[in-house]
Write a protein that binds this ligand. Sequence first.
Ligand SMILES: [Ca+2]
Ligand SMILES: [Ca+2]
Ligand SMILES: [Zn+2]
Length: 626
Amino acid sequence: MVKLKSAFRFVRPPPSHRPPPFRKYPPPSASPEPFTHAIEYNELQILCPQEVDSSSNYTRDDPRCAVPRGAVAVGDEAEAVRSEFRLLSGDLVNVTLEEVDEAEPGSRRRQLAQSRADLAAAASGGRQLLDTTSTSTMAPVLPPSKSFRLRSLRAVRQSEQKEIYTGTPIDLRTIVFIMDFSDCRMPQSPAVTKERVTRDILRTSTSPTNNLANYYSTCSYGKTIFNPDNTIVVGPVPMKCLGGTPAIPRPPRPAPPPRPPPRTNSTRPAPPPLSRRNATYEDWWDLSRFCSASEQQAWERAAEAFAQAEVAKNPDDPEMQKLARLLQWRTRRRSIYILPSNVRCSWAGYADVTCTSATCSAYVRGYGSATTPHLVMHEVMHNYGLEHAGRGVLEYGDQTDVMGDYSKASSGLLCPNAPNMYRIGWAKPINPPGTPPFTPDANGAVGAFGNLTVANFTTSNWIRGLVIPAQGTRDDNMVVVNVGAAGPELDAARITGVNKYYFSYRVRNATAGGYDSGVSSTFHRKVLVHRYGGIQSERVFGFRPDLVDSGPTFASSRSATWTSPFVPLHDNGLGGAVRVVVVSATDTEAVVNICRMTETRETSCGDGLDNDCDGATDDQEDSDCQ
Ligand SMILES: [Ca+2]
Ligand SMILES: [Ca+2]
Ligand SMILES: [Zn+2]
């Protein structure tokens, strides 16, 4: 089975200037530099397939599985493999791995030998204490060793897409595990109690307003159900620092014809070397040193075993009966693992992208800051299949989406941006004027009226007076324009090189916990322009929404007019540019005029169209024609 995982972490930006000399420290009230987000990495991991144990009804790893758990591709390579094979987390694949010599001989072997020695010592009762110098900080950093290389991959069984809303609310099942690694001198913060975590994820009288239940129900307009009866917090789950599972003998098999994995020219930084690239046929873990697929799988096994033991202790307790029901649930149960802050992972959060297997996971490291509820929401939305919300070169730079930079959201809700909302079916383009809110249109829930292509601009280049409601007021709330498509149909003529633009309107809700109560003043009452090429398919990846500009005063023009780059018209007449003019923007809606530009300077002076979208048509009006 494969899983695509996405990591997330915070870094503080370097100070923008040196403090002047001979000055006192700033007063304690000075707020620290805001968090920004660093690009982390994606990983393609191989894991054992899950199956249901018929005697207990619990989900477990296939006991015949002899797969070394590990990452077979990282970063750009992971994304390339995922795209080429259209992999979904939970797909069953047949991989051929190649054992490779290490680039740096000795280091990896030494680690292995040391870990085996530790394991042997642990097994014989004389557990070795860990090197205390290495447990207090993230160091030492070990180089990743490429003991295995992906030689070929073949999909055996593709999972069904499950996360995109199709008209029936998605009723989530969730278990949150508080992990206890004190055996490894990684104590969980005392503040992380079951009561605290329960408050953060459910909607109680003492919950923060950005609790997870509120986030789900408000941002999805009720399309996702997060029912307290289907949610439980378990723990602390104690776990041994070191351990292993015995190898299953692997039958010799003839190698299939080689098929090299796709390569890309990497432009992104190499992943931080905190994860060992597995590794061995014996699956072992060492929490004191690593944070790789083997460790992650060990956390999950320990958590499942602990929860099952809790149920066995008190089988008649209603809470334990609820836990048993959740443990036996077989469809994409969400498992959220809360890890101590000094666990040896480089990320702040890590999650399965999409969720089709019996369970899928999100890991959160260092629980308890004011932004933790946002981080939890960010990770569980990866389970929904969402990717990061960027702004230009900043992968997490979009401050209008919890999948981007939520550092300004305080305790408000920062719902996903228009492209991400569209991607998972939570919101759609606008319906015709007069349609009541939250009403599916005649074709289901597609929202064809606000989905504009070249076909909409044949009799006039301008469509005037389009009303874009504030995103929180109704679920049909965006206008999407693609001048590279002849029509909205899937088989309509299309050209490449033209971006699809999403126009939406965001208003900060003054009510605590209200929709978009976490939108910062920068984007309050702003028409947003996002560029996005994704579609509503979980198997089509690699399209991150990009926040391009926001108005009524757009940065690119210092005016209420925003114009996309111009793509010369193709032979089939497709291409050009999109121009948007913000006419008005109130607390509930924005009104815009949209023009499809087919000429940068009006040269078709007798066609009755304002080809260059300057507001003047042909000979009588446009000075270009005179
Ligand atoms: Ca004209
Ligand atoms: Ca004109
Ligand atoms: Zn992320």
